[in-house]
Design a protein around this ligand. Sequence first.
Ligand code: PMP
Length: 745
Amino acid sequence: MDFTVFDTPQPAVGPAQAEQIAVAVYGVGGVASPLAGERDRSFRIDGDRGSYVLKIGNRGDRPDALEAQAAAMAHALAFDPSLPLPRVIPTPDGDPVGSHDGYLLQLTEHIDGAAPVERDTPPGLRRSLGSLAGRLSIALRGYDHAALHRLFPWDLTKLPQLAPLLDHVPTERRSVLAEALATFEARVLPALGRLGGQPVHGDLHDDNIVVDPDDPERVIGLFDFGDMSWGPRAIELAVTTTYQCFGTDPAQAMAQVVSAFHVADPLHPAEMALVPGLVAGRCVQSLLMAARHLATHPDNAEYAAGDAENMWDTLNRLLAVDQETVVERVLRACGFGFPSPTDPLALRRERLGPTLSLSYDNPVHPERGVGVWLIEHDGRRLLDAYNNVPQVGHAHPEVVSALTAQARRLSTNTRYLVDEVVAYADQLAGLFPDPLGVVMFTNSGSEANDLAYQIARAVTEGQGVITTAHAYHGTTSATAAMSPEEYQSPPHAVTVGGEETLRRADAADVLGGQLAEATRVLESREETPAMMICDTVFSSEGIFDLPHGYLRTARKWAVETGALLVADEVQAGFGRVGPRFWGFAADEVVPDIVTLGKPMGNGYPMGAVVTTAAIAERFAARWHFFSTFAGSPLAAAAGMAVLDVIEGEGLAGQADRVGAYLRRGIAALAHPGIAAVRGPGLFIGVELADAGTTHRVVEEMRERGVLIGSTGPGDNVLKIRPPLVFTEHHADILLDRLAGVLDQI
Ligand code: PMP
């Protein structure tokens, strides 16, 4: 190990001489006051033109050391100008490194700020430091300099070379340090060696930062690049973490620093898992260096003692706890390593209550999803031909990235002027025919329908709802009362249409008569209709194509009665029915209100009411509407990503094409068990000849690795409704399995 710079005395320069040097070399006059340091000598210079820090380099250091530091700071600032680093002031000749009397010099801006609190570091400051370390790590990544590759005792990758320093350590501590050193060499170094290198500041702690006096958890200055070395960024992370473990539970402190670093510069779990070992290593390194300093500079014992007691305490706290538990805590803080319950089924029953049903006799136990696949904990891949929430595919990278980037930046509510929400509403409104152009955000499809009913009542002053015979529109009290699929005899609802009607060629005409009758029923109850609501793919009726003229009939009725026509696009919307994008568009009718949900955020919970400006005005005159989470920037980010992907990947066209392919394929099976195949785009209903077989078909498909569902008043219709990224290839898999299952049953 090379200790030259540590054995060369600090520059013998006092404040008076520092003042002279500042004037002579930089033309900067001012009063010098000394700052603490290990090898160099630094002064704060307060002059008329501001404050600076003058660093006088150690003569034992490499001649290019200061140049490497100045270039590193410049590099990082050029990459990320928002980093709180001081700017280097060059000499009048433009040289970033000055010289005087054989000393090399560096002048930087002085960043005015407060020293962080010494005790009980707030978690917010830990997170600030973690975040800063991550941002710095990215900003330094493209930088390199020969001086970073020097043999240097503060380089944690060289820790084993400090073993001879154990001789300086008090005997009672020696064996603990020796053992920790051996563990580091055996367990940590090999894993570290598998990670790539980059510049590491290596000294990010309270003495090298200042914070905002008005916000003491915000770091506004980071300095001292004198300990830079070359190594994995995990070292930056671990060094930063070490000091934050002082006097506290190390696992908790690690969770705080590492998660913040991870948000700024995403880490691999393998890097996170190294943190406890690296922190222990840093403690050992610091204790060995302190012991050496004390032995070689007994005059400067105070400096040597510095952090030693904290390091010793932290090391012992770490050694006292199970490393795996600490790693688990860190991984969890970063969203990894979620613990699986030993009996998830029993725990589910106990904790989620009996009201939730579970799909499939052999429950699906997914661990992750990607595209059209759900992957179970045992590694089994299931082709997802059922879920329309992940409209653009499970874990679509554009949606995930949009959400995570937005979560990092801002999540707030619609009472503020949030650009993301307005921009998204504008993009969404562009997908509707005039005069539909006002978007009111909700958190779900149920809430959207609930709000639609509230609007309809306010605008029409009626109470009655007309709905289709076996419809489902939501789970709130009001929407449950218009969902005959789940609840019989809802108080304000009268039903029309239904399976029987939908099968008829003259369904639109039949509907006309039914609407007139329903209106009379409402009148007999001394009610007037507020709205008619229609799920445009009739998903719970057994899946039907919108009969020709059906919504036009409804539109005509609405105009005559003054009621509103509500198209529930919670199931049908967002390209599933093909390029016409919305179910209602098949009939060239513009509803008064369109409600949205399920696929809107690809899994982010969001819904909306889309209506006309006139209706929105009339509603606003009587009611105020606000829902805390609805229309958050997160929702907007997810929603925008979904629209971009649908458009960018041509998914509406694909839904049309693959849907037709799949329907043709099912029809071509010409299986006697199949009575009919129908539905628009990728919303396919397969009516079975024998309702008694539906359950077995669905279960057997699941056993063969394909998820589908069932629907309809007689539960005799297979429901096939995959993410829109479903291709002909996936359709072939489904067809093959379906043929096999039908033959068997
Ligand atoms: N409308 C329709 C047509 C639906 O199918 C559903 C849900 N299946 C809803 C509304 C309610 O949506 P959510 O469960 O997201 O509130």
